[in-house]
Design a protein around this ligand. Structure first.
Ligand code: CA
Length: 229
């Protein structure tokens, strides 16, 4: 069945561009150019995902999100105009599933949409119906039992190591910046060395790569890290 996506975005050219790309990818798309219309559509029709701009005429994206969340758990990706930590905090606190900062590459938005739809599907199925296993090559993780294997060998990770690795695995193929990893794994209140991510990646390498002579985590110089298949 085709998945339905609502785009709430007042920049017409951007909205049209996203609509074209999503339609091309096989999604059914509806658009709203202001907060009130977006909210009305979100409340009257069934969508699988909403891409929601923050700075909107009428109602702000935050207000639209707040009202949607009173009745619905539909996945929402916030479109933020700038890399503003306060926007991200407010968006995720308000129940957004993810955010993307403009300007973005359409591939990144598509990847985030797929990831959010996939996670939402997995959440609906529940851990009883399908164990949540993610893998890349010989590296496998059970997100429910929090077990990790490389080939047949079980690997012991600390909580933070597991969370960091799980986040990279769940976003396989996407380069994750240090900031994003810090936000996602440590939370916004993180205070400490900004190289924490590098330190934990090093811990991970000594546990899942070096003993096996394998490489799973790629360093993208000046940006962050990615796990590719
Ligand atoms: Ca806007």
């Amino acid at each position: 069945m085709q998945e339905r996506i609502l785009i709430v975005e007042d920049e017409e050219k951007l909205a049209r561009f996203i609509e074209l790309e999503l339609t091309f990818e096989g999604y059914v798309v509806e658009k709203a150019a202001d907060g009130r219309t977006g909210l009305a559509l979100a409340q009257s029709k069934q969508f699988d995902l909403i891409a929601l701009d923050i700075m909107l005429p009428g109602l702000s994206g935050f207000e639209v999100l707040r009202r949607i969340r009173q009745t619905s758990s539909v996945p929402v990706i916030m479109l933020t105009a700038r890399d503003d930590t306060m926007d991200k905090v407010a968006g995720l606190d308000g129940g957004a599933n993810d955010y993307i900062t403009k300007p973005f590459a359409i591939e990144e938005l598509l990847a985030r949409i797929r990831a959010v739809l996939r996670n939402n599907g997995a959440a609906k199925d529940g851990p009883k119906n399908a164990e949540r296993i993610v893998s890349a090559g010989t590296l496998r993780m059970n997100l429910d039992s929090r077990e990790v294997w490389v080939g047949d060998s079980a690997v012991e990770l600390t909580k933070k190591e597991f969370d960091l690795l799980a986040h990279l695995m769940q976003n396989k193929g996407l380069v994750m910046s240090r900031d994003r990893l810090l936000d996602s794994v440590w939370g916004y209140d993180f205070v400490g060395e900004s190289n924490a991510i590098d330190v934990y990646i090093r811990y991970l390498r000594t546990k899942i790569e070096e003993p096996f002579g394998l490489k799973f985590i790629q360093t993208i110089r000046g940006v962050g890290y990615v796990i590719r298949e």
